[in-house]
Design a protein around this ligand. Structure first.
Ligand code: AHR
Length: 491
């Protein structure tokens, strides 16, 4: 029998709720006809946002949303997105050359912040440092955060219906500056960063600034950039990196080899977390440079979603994507002491989405279920775990696991990464014992390629057991993800 150990006295750190954040970019169908249908739509909505999605975001307690890009941010002028919607300009946007669609600016700063308020999510803005000046970004901060009745920007916000400041705390300084965000070297980005960061913090010293970091395993980017930011050369409150797992295969027609290949790629994020953070630590910036993994997820060839390719990067999601999310979130929990924020790309109708929507339809994907199943980890103390399980192809562990404790309840999340075998795992608690009835929820399907569709929206479900006494074992169907909630008494 396989074994899962939870070592209750070994606390890793508090799991920031922000590790369960999402990325929502103005691209393809994320906003228009995805999240946002407009106030006059026949689709049930809350001030223009699809109610079905708002409700499910609240249910899964989505704690943070990164916005408005991504690459979209490189040519986004926030001033286009305020004031009466019908007067806002329609612009070419970053993605127009890919999909021929224009940005109508119906969702701008005030609408986005309304979405955050209605879902309880923290806003995390990506500032455009590619084509806007530091002064224009200063004005954005001024618009969002200056006290009522003070500046011209604060008065403009008031005219637009928002007297009180929003207090937007989290600001990314650029996006993928090694690529679409300016094609910079780490050295030139660091100098740009220092300039923008100075002006941004000066506008509101309470904001937190995230430096735009490396692509995947480019550790030299981290080193060379920090060389010119560390030691007080520039204010910094977090450092991002992006990591996508590219499948190159059919998201709903993969074979067993494709299952392991993709999960094997996703599993590499653990090394990235350790090595980028080691880079941060080597500059003595453990507090100021906690990691912000603000784009992660599976990237399949597009065209498999309900819009059949109309929505750029839209893809279907199966239990393979759910396993990828479970594995990744377990790594985040297990490195809770190193990570400040993480946002899966993206929220709706795009890469590794939590929702698929269009017209009257809105459905959750298996990945939404993972976020919902894992939500009790948010704000809990992560504890050390390890699993004894036969390894799988692509250096994958047989079982991926993490655990946390909050208010006397242990939340243990385990994913059986085998595409072939069911597992029965004994759960061994060190430094504590079960002290009440358990709840076990399991996400699985006989067919690993199964997925929810507009026609069959609840194909992928969660089953729930509530045994009076926990038997001490977890049944993990092949590709299944289980969550054990158990009251515990710590020794
Ligand atoms: O998520 C899609 C795109 O991928 C983002 O706009 C960009 O930052 C990344 O390259």
């Amino acid at each position: 029998m396989e074994k899962i150990y939870a070592v209750l006295p070994k606390k890793i750190g508090r799991i920031s709720p922000w590790l369960y954040g999402v990325f929502a970019e103005h691209i393809g169908g994320v906003f228009y006809d995805g999240l946002y249908v407009g106030k006059d739509s026949p689709v049930e909505n809350v001030r223009g946002f699809r109610k079905a999605i708002v409700d499910k975001m609240k249910e899964a307690r989505i704690p943070l949303i990164r916005w408005p890009g991504g690459c979209f941010a490189e040519v986004y002028d926030w001033r286009d997105g305020i004031g009466p919607q019908e007067k806002r300009p329609v612009r070419i946007n970053w993605w127009t050359e890919r999909d021929g669609r224009y940005e109508p600016n119906r969702v701008g700063t005030d609408e986005f912040l309304d979405l955050c308020a209605m879902t309880g999510a923290e806003p995390y803005f990506a500032a455009n440092i590619t084509s806007l000046t530091p002064l224009a970004i200063r004005d954005w901060i001024d618009y969002c955060n200056s006290p009522a009745g003070t500046t011209t920007m604060a008065r403009l916000r008031e005219e637009n219906g928002h007297r009180e400041p929003y207090g937007v705390k989290l600001w990314g300084v650029g996006n993928e500056t090694w690529g679409g965000g300016g094609r910079m070297s780490p050295e030139s980005y660091a100098m740009e960063y220092r300039k923008y960061a100075e002006i941004m913090k000066n506008a509101d010293p309470k904001i937190e600034l995230i430096a735009s970091g490396a692509n995947a395993s480019d550790y030299s980017w981290t080193r060379r950039m920090l060389e010119r930011i560390a030691g007080g050369q520039g204010p910094m409150d977090g450092m991002s990196f992006h990591y996508y797992s590219f499948s190159g295969d059919d998201p709903t027609g993969f074979d067993t080899e494709g299952w392991y290949r993709l999960l094997g790629k996703a599993n590499r994020i653990e090394e990235l977390i350790r090595r980028h953070f080691a880079g941060v630590a080597s500059y003595g910036m453990e507090d100021k440079g906690r990691l912000v993994i603000d784009e992660w997820g599976a990237w399949h060839p597009d065209g498999s979603g309900p819009s059949r390719g109309y929505n750029l990067f839209e893809q279907q999601s199966t239990l393979r994507d759910a396993a990828l999310a479970a594995l990744t979130l377990n790594h985040f929990n297990n490195h809770a002491d190193k990570i400040k924020i993480a946002t899966v790309a993206q929220l709706v109708n795009n890469l590794h989405a939590l929702f698929l929507a269009g017209g009257e339809h809105a459905i959750v994907t298996p990945t939404w279920h993972v976020f919902n199943l894992y939500k009790e980890h948010q704000g809990a103390r992560a504890v050390e775990t390890f699993a004894e399980s036969a390894p799988l192809p692509e250096n994958l562990p047989g079982i991926s696991v993490s655990a946390s404790v909050k208010e006397g309840i242990l939340t243990l999340t385990a994913a059986n990464l085998s595409a072939e075998e069911e597992k029965e795992a004994a759960v061994v608690l060190f430094g504590g014992k079960a002290a009440g009835p358990a709840v076990i929820r399991t996400l699985w399907d006989e067919d690993l390629r199964a997925h929810n569709t507009f026609e069959e929206p609840d194909r992928i479900r969660v089953t729930e057991e509530k045994p009076e006494r926990f038997s001490g074992t977890l049944r993990l169907p092949k590709g299944g993800i289980a969550v054990l909630s158990l009251p515990v008494e710590e020794a």
